[in-house]
Design a protein around this ligand. Structure first.
Ligand code: NAD
Length: 286
């Protein structure tokens, strides 16, 4: 029996997407051109293909244009950078997203650095990361922004609450910590990672626990403070299908609210990508 409230990312993302659809149609009615997102997919990674397809469908559903550039797994870094340079110069493209991970011959950071900051709808460019660090973001990183919205759906006031993030990646863990400590949110944040000692001691102090590790069912109910809000970012493919980084069965007995996998953070990431694409169009089309 589940005692925790299920935080329904599908419903919350649908609300956000419907709001974005309204804003897109207002933007177009006011003389703007429908925002255009270009996604570059290098190679044949099955998970990436699913993500890219979902991103494209979501764009179309809110009235945005999306284009997919598919490149072979043998693409060189120079070739990929040429594509980005062409899209940078194209005024008909407002958002550029390079689906990660990239094949080994390509330096991921060099590619992310080449995306023009105003078209960087994933918010991975150093300028956009810097603006976020300074508390004046241009774009919010999609997955952490989605986590914040899910938390806000059950607890709008995080001031002084202890938020524990497990994971320090550039994509999730680190920016998640930045969003939680920003002024106006005011959580007290601990970031844990693979070298953290006494992890359970720390996670058991968390009023809000965010797991972004990439290990199936890593966090169990006995590591969670009773009544905590638990956000499971993990997407792990196992023999039994998709699962998160949190063992749902035990965690949901202890937490007050918890996200499912799938249907939690995943759909929020896409909704925030759409939001950023609209922001990019507004910035570029005045
Ligand atoms: P990553 O591999 O870049 O980072 C994993 C982090 O976990 C590292 O910082 C590492 O220090 C930490 N870690 C590893 N072992 C640990 C341990 N034993 N104890 C404590 N910390 C440990 O992964 P990522 O890109 O941050 O993604 C994490 C998970 O989130 C993956 O499952 C990924 O698929 C998923 N993800 C989901 C979405 C979404 O939209 N839902 C978006 C991005 C990533």
């Amino acid at each position: 029996m589940t005692s925790a409230t299920l935080i329904d990312g599908k419903r919350i993302s649908a609300e956000l997407k419907s709001q974005i659809a309204t804003e897109v149609s207002e933007f177009v009615a006011a003389g703007g051109v429908a925002p255009h997102l270009v996604v570059i997919l290098v190679g044949e990674d099955p998970a990436s293909q699913v993500y890219v397809r979902n991103k494209q469908k979501a764009c179309e559903a809110v009235g945005m244009k999306s284009t997919l550039i598919r490149l072979s797994a043998e693409t060189t870094q120079a070739e990929l950078l040429d594509h980005i340079a062409r899209l940078k110069a194209d005024a008909g493209v407002q958002g550029i997203l390079v689906q990660l991970p990239l094949p080994r011959q390509i330096d991921e950071q060099a590619v992310l650095d080449a995306i023009p900051p105003h078209k960087d709808v994933d918010a991975f460019h150093p300028e956009n990361v810097g603006l976020l660090v300074q508390g004046r973001p241009r774009f919010l990183p999609c997955t952490p922004a989605g986590c914040m919205q899910l938390i806000a759906s059950v607890e709008p006031n995080l001031a002084g609450k202890h938020a524990v993030v497990i994971g320090r990646s550039e994509i999730v863990g680190k920016p998640m910590g930045l969003l939680l400590i920003q002024k106006g949110v005011d959580a007290t944040v601990t970031i844990c990672h693979s070298r953290t000692r006494n992890l359970t001691e720390i996670t058991r102090q968390a009023d809000v626990l965010i797991a972004a590790i990439g290990r199936p069912n890593f966090v169990t109910g006995n590591q969670i403070k009773p009544g905590a809000i638990v956000i499971d970012v993990g997407i792990n493919r196992t023999e039994d299908g998709l699962c998160g980084d949190v063992e749902f069965a035990s965690a949901s007995q202890v937490a007050s609210a918890i996200t499912p996998v799938p249907g939690g953070v995943g759909p929020m990431t896409i909704a925030n990508l759409l939001k950023n694409t609209l922001t990019a169009a507004r910035l570029q089309q005045g």
